[in-house]
Design a protein around this ligand. Structure first.
Ligand code: 4NP
Length: 167
């Protein structure tokens, strides 16, 4: 491992607000690219809100994912749980609001003496194309917003995988 580089995590949780647009897309992009990379990492996704528990992804996300070679229609939405902060090594937030909520929740868990060892980071942290940039919420948006989710997910996922392959 090189200085300042962490080794690959064993598990990752992708988090957005509703878990029906951005995070299920990022989950499947991660899964496919990890399978090609030879890294063995468990991937899941969840939402900070409980707007759509048990729902499949938004039809627009399903269609854009499919057009780009990703099948997300079997994924089902769920809300982030306290246990996620112990079960996952790394929790990736799609935007700043998700990041802040996750960090606050982890701090509260730790104050209560609960196990909450997960690192919490912005998904785009190391992305050379979208560095430190939120994945914009496409829910009230247009086709191009859904396409942007795919483009940014691919770019950020590749950046993480390259980083772990070098470590
Ligand atoms: P996501 O998008 O956070 O990328 O899954 C949204 C999905 C649903 C809602 C907001 C954002 N909603 O308000 O229901």
């Amino acid at each position: 491992m090189k200085n300042n580089q962490r080794p690959a995590p064993k598990s990752i949780l992708l988090v957005c607000l509703g878990n029906i647009c951005r995070s299920p897309t990022a989950e499947e992009v991660f899964r496919q690219h990890l399978a090609m990379s030879g890294l063995s990492i468990k991937v899941d996704s969840a939402g900070t809100a409980n707007y759509h528990p048990g729902s499949k992804p938004d039809e627009r996300s399903i269609a854009h994912a499919k057009a780009n070679g990703y099948s997300i229609s079997k994924l089902r939405a769920r809300q982030v749980t306290d246990e996620d902060f112990d079960r996952f090594d790394l929790i990736m937030a799609m935007d700043e609001a998700n990041l802040e909520e996750l960090r606050e929740r982890r701090a509260l868990l730790r104050e209560d003496g609960k196990e909450a060892g997960a690192a919490v980071v912005l998904f785009s942290k190391h992305d050379p194309m979208f560095e430190g940039t939120a994945v914009p919420d496409p829910y009230h948006g247009s086709d191009s917003d859904f396409e942007r989710v795919i483009e940014q997910s691919e770019s950020s996922v590749k950046a993480w995988i390259q980083r772990w392959q070098r470590s």
